[in-house]
Design a protein around this ligand. Structure first.
Ligand code: NAD
Length: 328
């Protein structure tokens, strides 16, 4: 099969590219390298450095081949930044998605997998695992921009028959177990890479935003899955959307507190994590856990990296081997 991957130079996209190649598929990457890295794309993979805001350029790549599917990772994805620059985020994520989806319908693409997010549920406090049917109430322009694309995909299906999978990730972490790819966001905002850099002495002590939440140890609880398990879910989702569109929440369903993440990194690294307490951040819910029952029942998906230590171990190994990330 031949797949087009937008955002394939980024963290999740680059791991999905590896999973598709490992499964024997052909892959082409489209990315503007605004937050991704050329080095994250395997040399053998054809690459188009294109901005999805450019409709004509996007359309010409989409029209180049008969794709068996398109996977859309490209987006701006910093929640805090989206609150500071709401119109920029809404414009970028909405128009880039709209351009791609229109180009896909014009070219007769039949399947699209879209990176959606738990930020759709960023409204009121919830401590139970969140199912797909939970109330959509984005707590940020970033979450809202993803919901807009879910709606565009609804119409692309009902009018043009473009089947889609909206995969609402909670927190992706870890790195390719063979060391072929890893996480290198700039700026980094995710807890696991930040804590690893703090333990390696590459950053000042980790700031824990709030230790007075109504959780067992006072720190926030989040749902982490390994990025390769997430990549596998994309391949299973592609099989599901032959005849209908689907929406899946993707997580482990368990949740680990920030202190549990620190303890895991201390076990894996054999070192003490330096940390300090900082004030709560506005809009951070105490607990955010996915109910992935639908994904598991319909596709048989099951995470292979079953413990937090397994996830952290791959991330730690990649970061130690690549202290400057992709180095660009
Ligand atoms: N990482 C997570 O835990 C997480 C959680 C929820 C949702 N998501 C979503 O998953 C997707 C991938 O996340 P990530 O962590 O890999 O992000 P990332 O920033 O590492 O990757 C995004 C990629 O998209 C490219 N890109 C951005 N704007 C573009 C444009 N206009 N044209 C072409 N390319 C463009 C970037 O250069 C980058 O390579 C995003 O859509 C994100 O919103 C990620």
């Amino acid at each position: 099969m031949r797949y087009l991957v937008t955002g394939g130079a980024g963290f999740v996209g680059s791991h999905v590219v590896l999973a598709l190649l490992d499964a024997g598929h052909e892959v082409v990457v489209l990315d503007n390298l605004s937050t991704g890295h050329r080095e994250a794309i395997p040399q053998s993979v054809p690459f188009h450095q294109i901005d999805l805001m450019d409709y004509d350029a996007t359309r010409s790549v989409v029209a180049q081949h008969k794709w068996d599917g398109v996977l859309h990772f490209a987006a701006l994805s910093l929640v805090g930044e989206s609150v500071r620059a709401p119109f920029h985020y809404l414009r970028q994520n909405y128009l880039t998605g709209l351009n791609l989806i229109q180009a896909c319908t014009e070219a007769g693409v039949k399947k699209l997998v879209f990176s959606s997010t738990s930020a759709l549920f960023g409204g009121p406090e919830r401590s139970e695992p969140i199912p797909e049917a939970a109330l959509i109430e984005p707590g940020s322009p970033y979450g809202e921009s993803k919901f807009l694309i879910e709606r565009v995909l609804h119409w692309a299906d009902s009018i043009y028959g473009l089947r889609s999978a909206c995969l609402r990730y909670f927190n992706a972490a870890g790195a390719d177990a063979e060391g072929r790819a890893g996480e290198d966001h700039r700026p980094e905002t995710h807890l696991i890479p930040l804590t690893i850099d703090a333990v390696l002495g590459r950053r000042p002590p980790l700031k824990l935003f709030g230790t007075d939440y109504p959780t067992s140890d006072g720190s926030c609880v989040r749902d982490y899955i390994h990025v390769t398990d997430l990549a596998d879910a994309h391949i299973l989702a592609l099989e599901q959307i032959e005849t209908r569109s689907v929406t899946y929440n993707i997580g482990d369903g368990r949740g680990y507190s920030n202190f549990e993440v620190i303890q895991s990194i201390e076990r894996v690294s054999g070192r003490k994590v330096p940390w300090e307490v900082a004030p709560r951040r506005q809009g951070d819910p105490a607990v955010l856990i996915a109910d992935s029952t639908t994904l598991q029942k319909e596709t048989g998906w099951k995470p292979k990296f079953g413990t937090l230590d397994q996830i952290v171990e791959t991330a730690f190994r990649w970061r130690k081997a690549h202290p400057d990330g992709y180095g660009d």
